[in-house]
Design a protein around this ligand. Structure first.
Ligand code: SF4
Length: 492
């Protein structure tokens, strides 16, 4: 992998240029001690901006220049447009040098649909925004079509109401650690931390229900995620759900990320059915046993089939499944096998992820044969085609750093099976009270919907011993005034 140092006469764009380099070569590719060099210059002359990028890459030298009319406006606007031109010039230079065309072009943000909607809120038409995506960010036509599909499906679901917030509850335990996992979840081991964690969590739930009443918040949507919430025993799950139900009685949408099929049994499904849990997620990731073993999941494809059938038999009418493209060792026929099995099961929603390898994951250390951009894109497109065949439409979309082939994660759902929490969370159109280790609460502030965050600590033992402080952070977040110098972007 090339290691590229950045030399620029606009030091404030150093990180942005680094982001573009990482799009092509991955984490660690932008390196101040690297042998390769990207030199960027920005000039203004006669009302024209001209950006030049010279690449010294693996002994070859290449030059790329782009010009655009100079933009006037506030310093923030000028900087935004100048940054776009710098990133686009770097993208074009690297595209020319590598022969790789990336689906999202020079766009490095994680919420393309949100950006599209924000542009339209400034007065651009959908067609003008499409042009912007195509001409200023080099986004491919099929990714623009995907964004449009998401926005169509979301219509009427993204209006913010400052009194409405969602609820997130995190269970940071898993039976084993997936090799691609970069979360702070702990392996449950002998389970000695589970009871003290639950006790702390229930106290946080109780205190936050009181805060919600004090601030007249409407909380209708809840998501229990992790980790793997069903790694709790049936009686622990019962305690948690009962306590949540009593504390937040007005929930109309309630998802439990059942996640690992090996943690799902009839007793836990029956517990969930006693409460108004409306949606569960059973996540195979792959239906190939050899892959499941390779990525550290302690279950087989047969476990997924059993868990799914038991969930249907228990009466669940809204079941999501997650799959991942570009898993180690998987080729197109293997991925197609997964799609075929999922197609037969007919879940109500399907999330097609693209593998992202982060520094904190085990997979980061392991060498394996990478599939081509074409093959991985084909996998994502075939996942999309299956979702459409099952009568689903894309309803949310996000990107992460270091995703294979720079693709995306897409949630598809049948009509009436959309998870509002996912839209609120990904589009950041509603605040969230987020409880449990590592959870980050958010509140939208004022007319410009600035986001104020209150993060909980990630370490499980620290969370248990400092849970009162986590509640106080949320109390401070809810008390903060929309405007005023006493506010900070992050509390705690
Ligand atoms: S199930 Fe999720 S949280 Fe648990 S180890 Fe796997 S990726 Fe990490």
């Amino acid at each position: 992998m090339p290691r590229m140092q950045i030399v620029t006469d606009e030091p404030c764009f150093q990180n942005d240029l680094g982001d573009v380099i990482r799009l092509f070569f991955g984490e660690g590719a932008a390196d101040e001690d690297g042998r390769d060099i990207l030199t960027h210059t920005h000039r203004e002359e006669n009302g024209l901006w001209t950006d030049t990028v010279r690449l010294e890459l693996e002994g070859q030298s290449q030059l790329y220049t782009l010009s655009a009319p100079a933009v006037s406006g506030t310093p923030v606007e000028v900087r935004r447009y100048a940054k776009r031109l710098a990133k686009r010039t770097a993208y074009q230079a690297l595209k020319q040098a590598t022969g790789r065309e990336l689906p999202w072009g020079s766009l490095t943000g994680i919420r393309p649909s949100r950006l599209f909607r924000q542009q339209m809120e400034t007065g651009l038409t959908a067609e003008e925004t499409e042009r912007l995506f195509r001409d200023e960010f080099d986004v491919s036509p099929d990714r623009i079509a995907l964004v449009r599909e998401v926005l169509d499906t979301q219509q009427g679901m993204t209006d913010g109401n400052p009194d409405e917030m969602d609820l997130y509850v995190g269970i940071p335990f898993c039976t084993t650690r997936c090799s691609y996992c970069s979360f702070s979840s702990g392996v449950i081991g002998d389970g000695h931390l589970v009871e003290p964690y639950l006790t702390a969590l229930l106290s946080e739930i109780e205190a936050c229900a009181a805060l919600a009443r004090e601030h007249h918040l409407l909380i209708r949507t809840a998501y229990i995620g992790g980790g793997t919430p069903t790694s709790l025993s049936a009686s622990q799950l019962n305690r948690l759900l009962r306590f949540m139900h009593e504390s937040f009685p007005d929930l109309s949408e309630w998802t439990v990320e059942a996640g690992r099929p090996d943690t799902i049994d009839r007793a836990k499904l029956s517990v969930m059915r006693q409460f108004p849990v409306t949606r569960i997620s059973i996540n195979p990731q792959s239906m190939n046993d050899v892959t499941l073993a390779a990525i550290g999941r302690a279950h087989s494809a047969a476990d997924c089939l059993r868990a799914f059938e038991e969930a249907r038999a228990a009466g669940f009418e809204d079941i999501n499944m997650d799959i991942i493209t570009a898993l180690p060792g998987e080729d197109l026929p293997m991925f197609r096998h997964t799609l075929e099995v999922i197609g037969d099961l007919q879940p109500d929603s399907l999330t097609v992820h693209t593998l992202a390898i982060k520094h904190a994951s085990k997979l980061h250390e392991i060498r394996y044969e990478q599939r081509t951009d074409e093959m991985i894109t084909q996998m994502a497109d075939e996942g999309r085609a299956l979702a459409h065949r099952l009568g689903m439409r894309a309803y949310y979309l996000y990107r992460q750093k270091y995703m294979a082939s720079n693709l995306e994660n897409v949630g598809y759902a049948r009509p009436g099976k959309i998870c509002r929490y996912n839209i609120d969370n990904m589009e950041e159109t509603k605040g969230v009270l987020a409880l449990g280790a590592g959870a980050i609460s958010k509140r939208l502030m004022g007319h410009d919907q600035r986001i104020l965050r209150a993060p909980n600590v990630s370490n499980i033992e620290t969370y248990i011993s400092r849970v009162n402080e986590m509640v106080q952070r949320k109390a401070d977040m809810l008390k903060a005034k929309p405007e005023g110098e006493e506010n900070h972007d992050t509390l705690g």
